[in-house]
Design a protein around this ligand. Sequence first.
Ligand code: FES
Ligand code: FES
Length: 155
Amino acid sequence: MSRITLTVNGTPHLVDVEPSVPLLYVLRNDLGLEGPRFGCGLGQCGACTVIIKGEAVRSCTRPVSTAQGTDITTLEGLARDGVLHPLQRAWIDEQVPQCGFCQNGQILTAKALLDRNPHPTDAEIRQGMEGALCRCMTYYRIQAAIKRAAKEMAS
Ligand code: FES
Ligand code: FES
């Protein structure tokens, strides 16, 4: 076991864990953050996505030790002082989720996309969201919500 400091949504946490344990397990089981989901556990679906250094990364295959000293953002960190992030509002307005299981990964992948490209074209949205899988096929509503959020963030 090792003592590892993780800064999650701006708050530092000291955890006593095996360095090779996936970051996802620590976020969910040790820190009680249930935004990131366990889907495939193989880095292939995106349900476990978090943002590290501006990049949407898969926390199910990332050893917790590699996240030490970085700022980690989870879905729980998007709202500020009780005010939803424009993406979260757009997700509600467009009624994106169906079963909801993949939506953590969709929203965080979308946030990383808009942070690096505030005005993505449809093609850029499709490319940026590639790999965030949805078994309920909510892709058209996801695209509409990203465009809605981008418009709101620009105004
Ligand atoms: S649970 Fe991590 S990519 Fe599927
Ligand atoms: S909303 Fe069901 S898997 Fe995406």
